[in-house]
Design a protein around this ligand. Sequence first.
Ligand code: HEC
Ligand code: HEC
Length: 240
Amino acid sequence: MKISLLLALGVALPIAAVAAEKKSVDTSKIPLPVPRKVDFVKEVYPIFKDACISCHGPEKQKGKYRMDSKEAAFKDTDYGPTIVPGKSGDSSIIHMCCNLIDEMMMPPPSDKPGKSEPLTAEQIGILRAWIDQGAEWVAGADSYVKSVTFEADIKPIFQQACGECHGAAAPKGEFAALTLEAVLKGGKGYGKVITAGDVKKSSLITIVSGQDEDLPQTEKHKLQPKQIELVKKWIEQGAK
Ligand code: HEC
Ligand code: HEC
């Protein structure tokens, strides 16, 4: 009995160890690559910039990893190569973004609201398509990442969608939507509706998503999804 048990263990252990080492991640259920050609500068780098570079860039290099240059971003890790051109399913950044590696979800989950949202299926699809299409890296992409400002990006949206009721003259709820100063100040009943840098604390997002049932004319407060994304980005970037 004893001998056979030992034998069994002796055989089983090394096999288990090898199996664990080679254990490949199951990518069958993760978002698929988007079915189109993607643009590194316009679509891919902005995802890195928004979601990764605060911890993996010039200021911090968590896990000794940084993503602001090609050599650094493509390096191998303990979890396998990060970016394998042509093979998004074998690229460990995809495994990490899809939470397929224990304790290595990227960006890491955070208790602080508004910080560190997981990537969306669309964003993962864009990263996968980029890798599958050869993972071409364009140096200097950083300088192309557009910042969102009130004057250039947000004001035209508010003008068109809110101006009728929240213009300069007698704005509803004393909320004037057409200058940065007034928008940051907020309204009579709600007070401030924006916390710069913190989307979750900014009730403006609930309002413009058409989810604030306390407001009259909820539907009139609803922006289009793309516009809401832009407003969120603007708040994330500090609402300037
Ligand atoms: C809030 C900080 C933070 C953000 C944001 C973040 N990471 Fe990380 N990342 C870490 C930490 C901390 C580690 C080290 C974890 C460990 O080794 O246990 C790490 C490790 C890694 C590693 C492994 C490096 C190695 O050699 O072991 C990769 C690859 C990585 N992150 C990719 C990403 C990607 C891609 C994103 C964006 C989608 C991202 N990270 C966003 C904090 C962050
Ligand atoms: C058709 C008119 C209309 C449109 C368009 C409209 N609102 Fe309003 N809004 C109102 C009314 C009415 C109230 C309630 C005012 C009150 O309580 O006295 C209100 C209230 C608000 C408040 C709360 C003000 C406060 O503190 O009491 C905010 C913030 C606000 N709107 C933002 C917006 C934004 C942003 C847009 C554009 C996306 C928008 N509204 C579009 C009519 C409108």
